[in-house]
Design a protein around this ligand. Structure first.
Ligand code: AMP
Length: 406
């Protein structure tokens, strides 16, 4: 089986191809045999296409293309032509899995795409105006290029769609519920994957575990996972709520926004730019959204960098504490994504306040290519560092849906 994964965004398209011909352990992610990216941000009227194969062949081209569907066709062409050819024909592809950001409350799992699913993604555009249109465009482009091939939507929100009403509802006016203004949560594909992988590593059934999964990358969110479901998460109506992030503020007093609108005349677009692009680690440190650079500056005595790192940790610990309360216990704390997979400083500092529960980390921690348990053997709570595999999780979900075909 050859499964194509497409992550269609507004300014970039990322795709990869998995060859699932050989039976493999579903919990271990294989490398894709091909991956490619379209970057629409380089120069007006052009797209940068790059592709590479597992065996190391690569190409980089600037193409005079502005139409997204045309760009996707050019990207898929590198599967069957030139240095990066890995297929004889595009008809060798058996199914396509799409990352779709918003599935609302209706989709609790991935789903085979049909006209109803496309209508739902369209209907949810007001909730994800930057992402759902691009995701839908990707689905239409694949239909145009590959015809009537099985396509599967894997929603970022799905893993959280069964959160209890008390966790999912905002304490605003009751009418917000009818308006769809509620907490949806994001990064669901990653939280779901690392939760299942944690259960495999622990040799336990996911249904019996209480986990806190910490997806800490440029965007950051936590999920409280109980009996295999997300019962609470830090992101909400948008991916802006919750933890301090690379350039996103996370939660701030909404009164600040009222103040800025009234006193400073800020527009919605200005607030959007401020909270999504000019805040978080970047806004406070004045250095970068990249934690590595902020930590380097802190170590050289930069005061704002030190404040940024301390704030990041303060909010991370506080939110871990709130997930702990939602779960009423904890078997394992799981770190994933760029920061979560790599930063020993964050593991140590985030875990420190929970030593009173008997959570203890090993000494001399370091990054590892393999997933690892960094707690001491006698720790009451396991602490796992797991490399998230969102593309592989999407391919798996697609394979599952394709195998269930009549
Ligand atoms: P992601 O969004 O998952 O690709 O994560 C990207 C972010 O991970 C970067 O912006 C960095 O802040 C962070 N990161 C990657 N490696 C490290 C590291 N060794 N230490 C701290 N942060 C890291």
């Amino acid at each position: 089986m050859k499964i194509l994964v497409l992550n269609a965004g507004s300014s970039s398209h990322k795709s990869c191809l998995f060859d699932l011909t050989q039976a493999s352990d579903a919990s271990l992610a294989p490398s894709p045999i091909w991956r490619a990216t379209l970057d629409w941000t380089h120069a007006e009227g052009q797209v940068e296409l790059s592709a590479e194969t597992e065996s190391g062949s690569a190409l980089n081209q600037s193409l005079p293309i502005t139409d997204k569907a045309e760009g996707i066709a050019a990207m898929l062409n590198t599967l069957v032509e030139g240095e990066t050819q890995v297929l004889d024909s595009l008809s060798d592809i058996d199914g396509v899995g799409h990352r779709v950001v918003h599935g609302g409350r209706d989709y609790v799992d991935s789903v085979r795409i049909d006209s109803d699913v496309k209508a739902a993604i369209q209907r949810l555009i007001p909730l994800a105006p930057a992402h759902n249109p691009a995701n839908l465009q990707g689905i239409h482009a694949i239909e145009a290029i590959l015809g009537d091939i099985p396509q599967v939507a894997v929603f970022d929100t799905a893993f959280h769609a069964q959160m209890p009403a008390a966790a999912a509802t905002y304490p605003g006016p009751y009418a917000w519920i009818d308006q769809g203004i509620q907490r949806y949560g994001f990064h669901g594909t990653s939280h779901r994957y690392v939760a299942q992988r944690a259960a495999n590593l622990l040799g336990r059934d996911l249904a019996d575990l209480k986990l806190i999964t910490c997806h800490l990358g440029n965007g950051c969110s936590l999920a409280a996972v109980k009996n295999g479901h997300s019962i609470d998460t830090t992101m909400g109506f948008t991916p802006l709520e919750g933890l301090m992030m690379g350039s996103r503020s996370g939660s701030v007093d909404p009164g600040i926004l009222i103040h800025l609108i009234r006193q400073e005349g800020y527009s919605g677009d200005r607030l959007d730019q401020l909270l999504n692009k000019e805040s978080g680690l970047k806004g406070i440190s004045g250095i970068s959204n990249d934690l590595r650079l902020v930590i380097d500056a802190m170590e050289q005595g930069h005061d704002r960098a030190k404040l940024a790192v301390e704030m990041f940790l303060h909010r991370l610990r506080r939110e871990i504490g709130s997930m702990l309360a939602s779960l009423g216990g904890l078997d394992a704390l799981v770190f994933t994504a760029g920061i979560g997979e790599n930063s020993a400083l964050i593991w140590q500092q985030a875990c420190e306040p929970f030593a009173f529960l008997g959570l203890n980390l090993q000494d001399n921690l370091g990054r590892s290519a393999a997933d690892q348990d960094i707690a001491t053997p006698d720790s009451s709570i396991r602490v796992l560092v797991i490399h998230t595999q969102e593309e592989w999780a999407i391919a798996q979900a697609c394979l599952k849906s394709c195998s269930n075909l009549p």
